[in-house]
Design a protein around this ligand. Structure first.
Ligand SMILES: [Mg+2]
Length: 268
């Protein structure tokens, strides 16, 4: 595998470029590789499973950390979910559970976000302020025929909410309650779903064979990148900070594993 032939480098965000979106401290090795790639004229993009922040908010966190990139090159699970719905049902009426980021990505992409019936799609992102009424309404709308979308698939994650550092249950855990109550299975949009990676590469005008996916998580970044046909690089970070996903039968073995991203600079 020759990394010099690659044109597009797609980075995961949390635990790859920065600690996480609520602690936007950059990793020094990531910054060194990022700057070296920019200097050599490679195209860069980011693809994150974070669904509680919009593309614009993730872009802000990255800028704050010193990773400068145009907002059009920041892809989130909520933006991917919005694109998925818009492709199938333009302007669909969506009830969105989330902390505002997903709602912003949905509205930006032309969907009709509403808290009242009728609802075509119930889309669920991580939401630490979710109420029983919202969960119950989501169940009612799915029972009435709305499609159920899970924006990314984390069971739980570390974060800060209202000043409190804690582990919080993620969107997948919320969606399981709706699945259980309705008997309807959700469509999970996010890494490792290979379509998300393929769509991201295509949206940037490239072929998957020209693209590299770099991330810390074998179950999302590597499994998704492999299934999409991209070259995959695993960065080994703190294993306690890896968010738990379901990769199913997908291959989680990276093409390359590094302990620090600046190890790649001599290969580009
Ligand atoms: Mg990550």
């Amino acid at each position: 595998m020759n990394l010099q032939d690659k044109k597009l480098w797609i980075f995961d965000v949390d635990n790859t470029l920065i600690i996480d979106v609520e602690h936007p401290t950059p990793f020094e090795d990531a910054m060194m590789l990022w700057n070296a790639l920019m200097k050599k004229g490679y195209e860069l993009a980011v693809l994150t499973n974070v669904g509680r922040l919009s593309s614009r908010q993730v872009n802000n966190a990255l800028s704050q950390a010193g990773f400068n990139i145009s907002p059009e090159r920041v892809f989130t699970a909520s933006a991917a979910a919005a694109a998925y719905i818009q492709n199938r049902s333009p302007g669909a009426r969506c009830f969105v559970i989330g902390e505002g980021g997903a709602q912003e990505d949905f509205v930006t992409r032309g969907l009709d976000v509403s808290n009242n019936p009728p609802i075509d799609f119930v889309a669920v992102g991580a939401d630490r302020g979710m109420t029983f009424e919202e969960l119950n309404f989501a169940v009612k709308m799915v029972k009435a025929g709305a499609s159920l979308i899970c924006i990314s698939g984390s069971r739980d994650y570390l974060g800060v909410y209202l000043g409190n550092e804690d582990t919080f249950i993620g969107e997948r855990s919320i969606v399981v309650a709706i699945e259980h109550a309705t008997g309807v299975e959700a469509i999970v949009i996010g890494k490792p779903l290979p379509e998300i990676l393929i769509e991201t590469v295509k949206a940037l005008g490239h072929e998957v064979s020209d693209a590299v996916m770099i991330g810390d998580n074998p179950q999302s970044d590597i499994a998704g990148g492999n299934a999409a046909g991209m070259t995959t690089v695993l960065i080994t970070r703190n294993p306690d900070d890896i968010v738990s996903f379901e990769a199913g039968e997908l291959d989680t073995t990276p093409d390359l594993t590094v302990d620090a991203l600046d190890e790649l600079i001599s290969k580009i």
